[in-house]
Design a protein around this ligand. Structure first.
Ligand SMILES: NC(=O)c1ccc[n+]([C@@H]2O[C@H](COP(=O)([O-])OP(=O)(O)OC[C@H]3O[C@@H](n4cnc5c(N)ncnc54)[C@H](O)[C@@H]3O)[C@@H](O)[C@H]2O)c1
Length: 293
């Protein structure tokens, strides 16, 4: 099947990035949001990103115009009726995702392939809201989408092998390195990353090292671009807590269990950089200061 037109649902942090890379890869792209002003805001964000690439010399003004010309914003799901692929990047809530895909199932042609960008939900459970679980995959992009090179392409036990191969190929056409993963909670990256982040909190709780020393150890000893506690502040402690709980629910293994300190920080609203406070205090964002617990 030749993929010509891509639909993206949601134009927030992830959806806007996904729509941008689809249009940049040459696909006619339609992106849907809940209201005209949110569509407008999302498209403005993409335009700003493209303008930055022109300033840096990565894109020409003409290329920027072509990419923007391939992008259309809408509030109407009916505009997805001739899409070959639909990628969903709406809020991380199962009922909302299932309701959306059930509607799309009746609007889109039978050959259209559906994909969800969910980080923590089960692709199988989302796909069964449609009559096409065999044409359903996960496409898990990373933030910021235009910059991060990876896409996890996720297959369920029902995904047709030819559909799966086509989506792996599609991921490569978007300029990403696709990796193949099963529909197991957390896929590959969070399966490995979440226990590591949780262990760094346990090390802090047990007094193995201070916040700065734990972060510096992984930066300077392992060559990581940032330490785990700084990374937790970036990702958001609430987001990590939420994913850890879902993974613990699935695997029932201690390594996925939230340490008491994480739960208390989330209860206190110390959710990391976005909250101004996490493992570091961001009163002066240029000079974060390690918290004293
Ligand atoms: N933030 C990340 O780092 C990250 C990374 C990988 C995957 N994800 C996943 O991507 C998805 C989106 O996350 P996000 O961070 O972009 O969230 P976000 O809150 O920035 O964006 C979600 C957008 O979806 C819109 N929306 C909600 N219901 C809709 C509907 N029915 N139709 C159209 N638009 C709708 C909202 O208005 C909002 O703009 C989630 O499933 C999340 O788990 C997030």
């Amino acid at each position: 099947m030749a993929i010509r037109k891509v639909g993206v649902v949601g134009c927030g942090l992830m959806g806007s990035g996904i729509a941008q890379v689809c249009a940049a890869a040459g696909f006619a792209t339609v992106v849907r949001e809940v209201s005209p002003d949110v569509v407008e805001k999302g498209l403005k964000g993409i335009e700003k990103n493209l303008a930055r690439l022109v300033e840096k010399g990565t894109l020409t003004e003409a290329q920027k115009g072509e990419i923007r010309g391939r992008l259309k914003g809408t509030t109407a799901l009916e505009d997805f009726k001739d899409c070959d692929v639909v990628i969903e990047a709406i809020t991380e809530q199962l009922p909302a995702k299932r309701e959306l895909f059930a509607k799309l199932d009746s609007i889109c042609g039978p050959a259209a392939i559906f994909a969800s960008n969910t980080s923590s939900l089960t692709i199988t459970e989302i796909s069964t809201a449609t009559k096409r679980p065999e044409r359903f995959v996960g496409l898990h992009f990373f933030n910021p989408v235009p910059v991060m090179k990876l896409v996890e392409v996720v297959r369920t036990i029902a995904t047709e092998p030819a559909v799966y191969d086509e989506m792996v190929d599609f991921g490569a056409k978007l300029g990403k390195t696709p990796v193949r993963a099963h529909d197991s909670t957390g896929f590959i990256v969070n399966r490995l990353l979440v226990p590591y982040l949780l262990d760094s909190i346990r090390a802090l709780e047990e007094g193995v090292g201070s916040i700065e020393d734990i972060d510096n150890s992984m930066k300077l000893g392992c060559g990581h671009p940032m330490g785990p506690l700084t990374l937790l502040d970036f990702v958001g402690l609430d987001t990590t807590y939420y994913i850890a709980n879902i993974m613990f629910e699935e695997f029932r293994e201690k390594r996925f269990a939230s340490p008491p300190l994480l739960k208390r920080m989330v209860l206190a609203g110390w959710n990391g950089r976005k909250a101004g406070r996490g493992f570091y205090d961001y009163s002066d964002p240029a000079k974060p200061k390690a918290m004293k617990f």
